[in-house]
Design a protein around this ligand. Structure first.
Ligand code: 13P
Length: 287
């Protein structure tokens, strides 16, 4: 069932668990995540970065694929298609293409400009029943060429953006995309607590879910995080499983070169990662 992410995240915040956003790249990714969500009876958010959207042949192709799979695979749990770290222009493109949720990442603009653009997009999204995420304090690491330094958000700036009526908010708390370096200082729970104090019931979003230890994830959820984004971890498990298949020479046996066979271990590996995250985030049986 394709829905906006508003209700699932409000329920998650009230119920003290988090819904996973898993980024998709192709058919294997989408199918693995949707079937796992159904098996786990969990709501799920499919994240689509601008780069991944381009890779998959454009936003219309993404919406067509996801809607087709929801129907063809009988997916009845709540599913949102969400633009991840969208620019102003791409937010409009995705709304037009039929995304049920968007993220406007205006964190690199001065706060006044982030506020002005977010305000306009909130109105446009809500007219269409589409949920919208905004960001304050850039997330470190690199994702599709968007590089951030891993800042901690200013809680008062978070309040200014929250007051615009966004449905959920990503606040930088020292988290970064990709693998965490050995000298990473960990999440700033002080910042997170201060942000929650200013934003009340608004569901908060934790980006860079890959590699954050389980105890930190649980603490973040207890301080108001209701959406956790995971991307790199699925890529790493997919790559390791396909590598193993090829290193064992399985692609050279019989019809082992058939992409449906060659990529099957990768798909299973994504499923295992998604299942593990849903269990950790507490979203199992919350559909
Ligand atoms: P990771 O790739 O670190 O899991 O981050 C994903 C993310 O935050 C997508 O917005």
């Amino acid at each position: 069932m394709l829905v906006s992410a508003t209700e699932m995240l409000q329920k998650a915040k009230a119920g003290h668990y988090a819904v996973g956003q898993f980024n998709i790249n192709n058919i294997e990714w989408t199918k693995a995540i949707l079937t796992t969500a159904q098996e786990m009876n969990s709501p799920v958010i499919l994240g689509v970065s601008e780069g991944a959207g381009k890779y998959m042949g454009g936003y219309d192709a993404v919406v067509g694929m996801v809607k087709g799979m929801i129907k063809g695979l009988n997916i009845t749990v709540p599913v949102a298609i969400h633009l991840d770290h969208g620019s102003y222009d791409h937010c409009y493109k995705c709304m037009e293409a039929g995304f049920s949720s968007i993220m406007f990442d205006g964190s690199h603009y001065p706060i006044e400009e982030n506020v002005a653009k977010t305000k306009e997009l909130v109105e446009a999204a809500h007219k269409l029943g589409i949920s919208i995420e905004a960001e304050v304090g850039s997330i470190g690491g690199e994702e599709d060429g968007v590089v951030g330094a891993g800042e901690c958000a200013d809680p008062m700036e978070c309040k200014a953006i929250a007051d615009l009526g966004v449905d959920f908010l990503a606040a930088g708390i020292g988290n970064i995309h990709g693998k965490y370096p050995a000298n990473w200082k960990g999440l700033s729970f002080e910042t997170l607590a201060a942000v929650q104090e200013q934003t009340g019931d608004l569901p908060l979003v934790l980006h860079g879910g890959t590699g954050i230890p389980a105890d930190m994830i649980k603490k973040a959820i207890s301080l108001g995080v209701a959406k956790i984004n995971v991307n790199t971890e699925c890529q790493l498990s997919f790559a390791a499983a396909v590598r193993k298949y090829i290193e064992e020479g399985k692609d050279l046996q019989g019809k082992g070169f058939d992409p449906r066979k060659l990529l099957a271990p990768g798909t299973e590996a994504i499923k295992a990662t998604v299942k593990e995250k849903m269990e950790l985030f507490g979203s199992v049986n919350k559909a």
